[in-house]
Design a protein around this ligand. Sequence first.
Ligand SMILES: [Zn+2]
Length: 99
Amino acid sequence: MAEHAAAGHPTTEHAVVSIVDGNALAGLLQDALGPDPTMVRLECAHCSDAYVLAQAVVELEQNSALVRCRSCTHTLFVAQRSRGALVVRTGTVDLTFSR
Ligand SMILES: [Zn+2]
């Protein structure tokens, strides 16, 4: 584990940040997603409109869904079924949820 000043960190500009692996997020994500993922709050990085996932615009195809901002139509993310997994693709990362 390493520690460093949190310069540039979005929520704790003057705190000390511990650098750990992704296992530290297990409880945090499990609590946040809850039983209804459509209630996850989104904020568009392009226009700053905020709403829950259920209110987003979705272009749905057989194995994928492109999620757009309801206000400016900017692409928020793509969710795609791929080889038995769900891949959620944002602008910078692919999150793969194995079943
Ligand atoms: Zn937007």
